[in-house]
Design a protein around this ligand. Structure first.
Ligand code: NDP
Length: 423
């Protein structure tokens, strides 16, 4: 991905976390071996006729890491830097996330290597549909269930669902709605999914705040990435009295010591595609952004953004990882040395997959839950997961990332222990 620090092997980083956690819980070496590689790695090259009449070939990926707990589950990323190794890392993280949240899902991830902002609406639709067609039976509501990630949204999920449903027999069309989650409400999505990842981060932060006597009213936050996750996090925290004082995306960074109106900034990004030109924000450098004095720092863009330099300059009490893998191991070491708390990605951003599960269950049962019901369930799920991670970290005297990985690995190991390895 658009890593700030070059030569970054994201897959190896995630494998190293697994190794450390495996040691901590004395994981069965056979289970460690199995989890070291995904079950399936799919690459599809497919042609699309562009508006100009030119035929362009696109490269799409779907990595299915593990399905011992249930169907593969994970987002689809449309971004110019999508690569097989990064998708493998992200797919593995979905396996840990589902296990940590006690969801009946495994882990998967996919995407297409291109810039969705560089194509027309019609081209985007054709690319999505042709990709879904190329994946064919490698996805399915009981087999592998995509969702939105960077560069994709509810509209794109609707196209995927529609394409897939046109590939199955007419008698099955209605029963395959659950082939993707993160759909619009009209297409069978659930209330609360769009903000779910950010809402889960907020529920975690509330638990951390209780443990640390942290007061929300009057506190400040900075957020990197003002897309789905980052913008909803800003809006939700503003309701608790927290001001967003600096933001950034690929177009640059803005500061406003008085606090941005998170709603208005979110609307601006929806209309203009980025924070660039937003009135009321002063342009600052990336270095100034990281050094801004704040209470909460939320990386909600891409992996490998907080390295040693950023961690050394960060002036925050807590980092809530909305993005997957935003802190690299060197950055994490410095944050921990500096006593800056980290709520790790596989816990902090797991509200997204949790509410995706609620959507899948509603689709299966032809039910529609209220927004309150979704939020209440998510709150309970996040509270429980946060409590388990926090208790484990205290008991084993380890950081929360290791605790989260350890709990996930133990749950997966328990299933392998019972079922054993075929044949
Ligand atoms: P979006 O595409 O909606 O937003 C991504 C944001 O990151 C945009 O603001 C984008 O800016 C910004 N960004 C991209 N590249 C850079 C860069 N080099 N420097 C600074 N900012 C950058 O994606 P999401 O909000 O869905 O995803 C964000 C993160 O959250 C990802 O790591 C994703 O894997 C993770 N996540 C998402 C979940 C979800 O439910 N959507 C669930 C769990 C995790 P711009 O638009 O200007 O390019």
């Amino acid at each position: 991905m658009a890593s700030q620090h070059k030569e970054y092997d994201f897959y190896k980083v995630v494998q190293d976390y697994v190794d450390r956690a495996a040691k901590l819980v004395d994981l069965d070496p056979a289970v460690r071996t199995i989890l070291g590689q995904p079950k399936n790695e799919l690459i599809v090259n497919f042609p699309v006729v562009m508006d100009s009449g030119e035929v362009r070939l696109f490269k799409g990926y779907r990595v299915q890491h593990n399905n011992i707990l249930g169907p593969y589950k994970g987002g689809m990323r449309f971004h110019p830097q999508v690569s097989l190794d990064d998708v493998k890392a992200l797919a593995a993280m979905m396996t840990w996330k589902s296990a940590l949240m006690r969801l009946p899902f495994g882990g998967g991830k996919g995407g297409i290597k291109f810039d969705p902002q560089s194509v027309s609406h019609g081209e985007l639709k054709k690319i999505t549909r042709r990709f879904t067609h190329a994946l064919g039976e490698n996805i399915g509501p009981e087999y592998d269930i995509p969702a939105p990630d960077v560069g994709t949204n509810a509209k794109i999920m609707g196209w995927m669902m529609d394409t897939y449903s046109n590939m199955v027999g007419s008698g099955d069309k209605q029963s395959v709605k659950g082939v993707v989650t993160g759909k619009s409400i009209a297409c069978g999505g659930t209330l609360g999914r769009e903000k779910a990842t950010a809402q889960g981060m907020v529920f975690c932060l509330i638990e951390w705040a209780k443990e640390n006597s942290f007061k929300f009213e009057g506190a400040t936050m900075t957020v990197q990435g003002f897309g789905n996750v980052g913008s909803h996090f800003g809006v939700l925290l503003s309701k608790l009295g927290v001001s967003t004082i600096a933001v950034g995306d690929h177009s640059g960074y803005l500061s406003n010591p008085e606090g941005f109106n998170a709603h208005k900034l979110q609307d601006w990004v929806k209309q203009n595609g980025s924070i660039a030109g937003y009135p009321g924000g002063k342009p600052i450098t990336r270095e100034e952004f990281f050094a801004t004095k704040t209470d909460v720092f939320a990386p909600c863009a891409l992996e490998n953004q907080i390295g040693e330099a950023e961690a050394a300059s960060l002036n925050a009490k807590i980092v809530v990882e909305g993005a997957n893998g935003p802190t690299n191991p060197g950055g994490e070491r410095i944050l921990l040395e500096r006593n800056i708390a980290i709520i790790p990605d596989i816990l902090a951003n797991s509200g997204g997959v949790t509410v995706s599960y609620y959507e899948w269950v509603q689709n299966k049962r032809s039910e529609y839950w209220t927004a309150e019901e979704v939020d209440d369930r998510l709150e309970q799920a996040m509270k429980r997961a946060y409590g388990e991670v926090s208790d484990f970290a205290r008991a084993k005297n380890c950081d929360q990332r290791m605790a989260a990985y350890s709990i996930a690995l133990q749950r997966i190991e328990a299933v392998y222990r019972e079922r054993e390895i075929f044949p």
